[in-house]
Design a protein around this ligand. Sequence first.
Ligand code: PLP
Length: 354
Amino acid sequence: MNSKPSITDLLRTNIKNIKPYSTARDEYSGIALVNLDANENSYGSIDGSNNHRYPDPYQSQLKQIISEIKQIPQNQIFLGNGSDEGIDLLYTAFCNPGVDNAIICPPTYGMYKVSADTNDVQCIEVSLTQDFELDVPAILAYVNENTKLIWLCSPNNPTGNLLKREDILTILQNFNGIVVIDEAYIDFASEKSWISEIELFPNLVVLQTFSKAWGLANIRLGMMFASAEIIAVINKIKLPYNISGLVQEYALQILTAHTSKKDEMVQEILVERAKLAKDILLIPGVHSLYPSDANFILVTMDNAHEAYTYLVEKGIIVRDRSKIKLCENSLRITVGTAQENKFLLTTLTQFYSL
Ligand SMILES: *Cc1c(COP(=O)(O)O)cnc(C)c1O
């Protein structure tokens, strides 16, 4: 194996020497008697609330507790406005627009491509195999000198499966750029996170989110874990106050009080997932379903698009993936409450008895 280029070598040219905006908070972060440095409203907030000061730009309190939960130092954590902010910042950090490219493995999460397009970065698409595994030889064959990022989603959206560890390992060992593993659904999976391998692989970035297992999609909080060097770069290019103080306080409170509740909810969802998977296969018209390590199932059925339309008419919205390569005639269905799943099953049964 050749020795890997340094992270600095991989960075987009203009990012290498960029000087970040220095916030008032960066220049003085102690507790002062009088704060007249940030042009905040010294009289308070219009509603009498305590929102007149800028928040901590690096969310240290929140990161401290996330650091304990995830067993990784604070300087290896970046928090974003959803994982989607992290995805976008990785393009900004590593890809020269119009020059560099990234590899994605469809069918997969749509934002890797959308974010590539908005950053004018070419996306090389290397399809998953028929059984939704990585085509490792093809991926490595498509890598060229301008390939900076490889996006791996595990468990994958919309297929629901974990990607094989040894495949990911082969890519990490043989690719000189950045390998991003999106673990949005890892809490529902039967394998552990890649976070603990970050020490071994300086080119590994792991994304997680509070939107799924934690049930906090509305607060928009995503996590990125990587080497301190990569996180330092991302911190330099992020918007100064990217996580509002309200979200920081809210998340802090949840993480101190309700951590075990997350595991309980996950267990409940897993039980319902198994039930839904078993029951949906009994419906005539439903063919097969791929084993899921996430909080959704991908189901193949007769006339999937028509079934989708029928469900919509009855007030049930699922994700129509039937036009996507390798997902022909498939719908992606989020595991709902027991009652919602029952309604879905009855309605789908109705459709096939028409
Ligand atoms: C839902 C999802 C996310 C979460 O995005 P947020 O911006 O954190 O809400 C990330 N990646 C994948 C693959 C997802 O399905």
